[in-house]
Ligand binder design. Structure first.
Ligand SMILES: *[C@@H]1O[C@H](CO)[C@@H](O)[C@H](O)[C@H]1NC(C)=O
Ligand SMILES: *[C@@H]1O[C@H](CO)[C@@H](O)[C@H](O)[C@H]1NC(C)=O
Ligand SMILES: *[C@@H]1O[C@H](CO)[C@@H](O)[C@H](O)[C@H]1NC(C)=O
Ligand SMILES: *[C@@H]1O[C@H](CO)[C@@H](O)[C@H](O)[C@H]1NC(C)=O
Length: 437
């Protein structure tokens, strides 16, 4: 009985339900969609007269630079393409649809312009279907597909870390030639409205250029693409603090080797060499590993290392001079090196007699006057003649030390200036850029 009555109720109410569903008024957007897409074929170009050209305006909005890989020369960015075109089939009278003048639709319902990342490093085509498009009653379509773009970028690291790079993103059509689909851009810059700054690279200018060209296959058909260039400058504070200043300081420390006593020479020399080695190990990780362009910084470090090694060898030479005592300095060396070169380098004049007398004075003070004076004089005489030789050799070592100091100071200054030359150039450019903006 119960089942029967339920069945009866269902039979009575069912047509009512059916009728109310059928009579539900469609929303304005539903009516509009049915109207617009009744006979719409997304493969056909959006022109009613097929002789017409579809003009597609394309802009690039850079959001973030993820990476610029120096070794693989890949520029990775996140960005949006702002694409606009007119679809002549998507025009409606907005007063008929409750003043609905625009609408958002899935992009795969529409005809979409074809463009590929021409200089892409991995994928040429991206799947942009998930991005919806906005259409307006005059047939204008606004579409902002985006993603991560990996493009090839030729990198020149000669002036690393004061280098500037130009990386481009080229968007173009493979299949449509210009008479069917004309790819253009209405701006001359990359849109940086939603750009998040990168820690390593600073954008100093951008450009957007439309190119038209022929492929060899089809000389009669023109193709167009749009090239978005980003001009990057490396932020070099990190490298100046961590690479360049320490290497200059180590070079300066090296100079102190020429101003210390023979015993300290070896200690300081070893400390300088070791610290240089540790420092080089640290730096090697920061320098781009490529052989296409050798960075000036790498050359600088190699030259400084060579200077250090040479200075160590010369220090050994000076040490050897210092400890000679068994033979006299050749007279030509005495006049040329001790007298002439010593005076050239403004070293205080060399007084042999004074030094000997003070040595004698100290020995005389220390030792009792009356005890074996005669023998002491004899011994003193022998020592005097030995000291005479070694004093000359020591003087010669000092002159060489001073000579090498000036030599290495000049070498370090020249190499440092050569390295820093591009820095001054970069600074001047930076000033120009800031005054312009
Ligand atoms: C459907 O639209 C008609 C007029 O167009 C209106 O009279 C009717 O009330 C509407 N029905 C509903 C359920 O809104
Ligand atoms: C739009 O529709 C309204 C009402 O149907 C009509 O009066 C008007 O002329 C139409 N406008 C155009 C541009 O066709
Ligand atoms: C549509 O816009 C016109 C003028 O802008 C206005 O007069 C009319 O009332 C609007 N219609 C609706 C349904 O909002
Ligand atoms: C394409 O657009 C460019 C500039 O926007 C224009 O100079 C060129 O004539 C157009 N080409 C065609 C075939 O419409």
């Amino acid at each position: 009985m119960l089942i029967l009555s339920q069945l009866l109720m269902a039979l009575i109410t069912y047509p009512c339900l059916l009728r109310s569903a059928a009579t539900r008024n469609l929303s304005d957007e539903e009516r509009l969609l049915i109207n617009l897409f009744k006979d719409y074929n997304p493969s056909a170009r959006p022109v009613i007269d097929s002789a017409n050209t579809v003009t597609v305006d394309i802009q690039f909005s850079l959001m973030h630079i993820k990476d610029l890989d120096v070794r693989s020369q890949v520029f990775t960015t996140t960005g949006l393409l702002i694409v606009e075109w007119i679809d002549e089939r998507l025009v409606w009278n907005s007063t008929k649809f409750n003043n609905a003048s625009d609408m958002i639709v899935e992009a795969d319902r529409l005809w979409r312009p074809e463009f590929a990342v021409i200089n892409g490093a991995e994928k040429l085509y991206e799947d942009y279907k998930a991005f919806r498009a906005s259409i307006s009653s005059i047939g204008q379509v606004h579409w902002e597909p985006g993603g991560v773009f990996k493009t090839m970028c030729e990198i020149d690291i000669t002036y690393y870390p004061f280098d500037e790079q130009v990386c481009a993103l080229v968007f173009g059509a493979w299949s449509y030639h210009t008479s069917k689909m004309n790819l253009t851009t209405s701006t001359s810059v990359v849109n940086l409205d939603s750009y998040k700054t990168n820690g390593e690279w600073e954008i100093f200018t951008t450009s957007a250029v439309r190119n038209e060209f022929n492929y060899e296959c089809c000389p009669n058909e023109k193709f167009s693409n749009v090239e978005f260039k980003v001009y990057l400058r490396r932020r070099h504070t990190f490298y100046v603090l961590n690479v360049i200043l320490p290497s200059i300081m180590t070079s300066v420390l090296l100079l102190s080797v020429f101003f210390c006593t023979p015993n300290q020479k070896v200690q300081i020399g070893v400390v300088v060499l070791l610290s240089f080695r540790i420092f080089l190990l640290n730096v090697a990780g920061n320098i781009p590993k490529t052989s296409d362009h050798i960075p000036l910084l790498g050359i600088y470090l190699t030259v400084t290392m060579a200077i250090t090694t040479l200075s160590m060898v010369l220090t050994v030479f000076v040490l050897n001079l210092h400890y000679i005592s068994d033979r006299p300095v050749p007279s030509w060396a005495k006049t040329l090196i001790i007298d002439y070169m010593g005076r050239c380098m403004c070293m205080s004049s060399y007084k042999k007699d004074k030094r000997r007398s003070t040595v004698n004075g100290i020995t005389l003070e220390k030792i009792g006057e009356r005890i074996a004076r005669h023998t002491m004089e004899e011994e003193g005489f022998i020592k005097d003649s030995e000291e005479d030789f070694s004093a000359d050799w020591k003087r010669m070592a000092e002159v060489f030390d001073r000579l090498f100091f000036w030599f290495f100071l000049t070498a370090i200054l020249i190499t440092t200036l050569i390295l820093f030359h591009p820095l001054t150039k970069a600074c001047m450019k930076l000033n120009c850029a800031t005054t312009k903006t």
